[in-house]
Write a protein that binds this ligand. Structure first.
Ligand code: AMP
Ligand code: ZN
Length: 132
C-alpha cells in the first residue's frame, strides 16, 4: 500500500501524534503553515468526503473537535481555521481524506476561507440558484 497516511496509521512511518481514537489519528503537519498545524485522518482509506459514510464522517468530526481541544489547551491560540482540500484541483496532494487544523492568533496575517480563491462567478446568483 503506497498511501503515506495509511503508513502512518500502520505505524510504518513515524508521526508526531496529537490525538488518536479507534477511528482517527491527528498528527503534526511536517510542513506547518502555523504553529501546531495538525491533520486529522480517518483510519479508513478514502480520498474524498463524497466517498465517506456516516460513521467515518461523524468520527472524523469528533476527532477534529477533540484535537482542537488539545491544541487549545497546549498552545492557547485565539482561533482556528479548519478545513480540507477536497480533490487535486483544490490542492489535495495526499489522496487520503484529511482535515487541516490551523491554530490562529490575532494579527498573524493569515486570511479567512474567503481568501482561498477570488474568482468572479459567471452570471447572477439567481441564474445559479435556478440550477438547484
Ligand atoms: P493536502 O495538500 O491537503 O493533501 O495536504 C497534505 C498535507 O500533509 C501537507 O500539509 C503535508 O505537509 C502533510 N504531510 C505529508 N506527509 C506528511 C507526513 N509524513 N507527516 C506529516 N504531515 C505530512
Ligand atoms: Zn490512505
Amino acid at each position: 500500500m503506497s498511501c503515506i497516511f495509511c503508513k502512518i496509521i500502520q505505524k510504518d512511518i513515524p508521526a508526531h501524534v496529537v490525538h488518536e481514537s479507534d477511528s482517527t489519528i491527528s498528527f503534526l503537519d511536517i510542513h506547518p503553515c502555523t504553529k501546531g498545524h495538525t491533520v486529522v485522518i480517518p483510519k479508513t482509506h478514502l480520498s474524498s468526503i463524497e466517498d465517506a459514510g456516516e460513521h467515518v464522517l461523524s468520527t472524523l468530526l469528533s476527532g477534529v473537535q477533540e484535537t482542537v481541544a488539545i491544541l487549545r489547551k497546549v498552545l492557547s491560540p485565539d482561533a482556528f481555521s479548519i478545513g480540507w482540500n477536497n480533490g487535486e484541483e483544490a490542492g489535495q496532494v495526499v489522496p487520503h481524506l484529511h482535515v487541516h487544523i490551523l491554530p490562529r492568533w490575532k494579527g498573524d496575517g493569515g486570511g479567512s476561507m474567503h481568501s482561498i480563491v477570488q474568482k468572479d462567478s459567471v452570471g447572477t446568483i439567481e441564474e445559479l440558484a435556478a440550477l438547484f
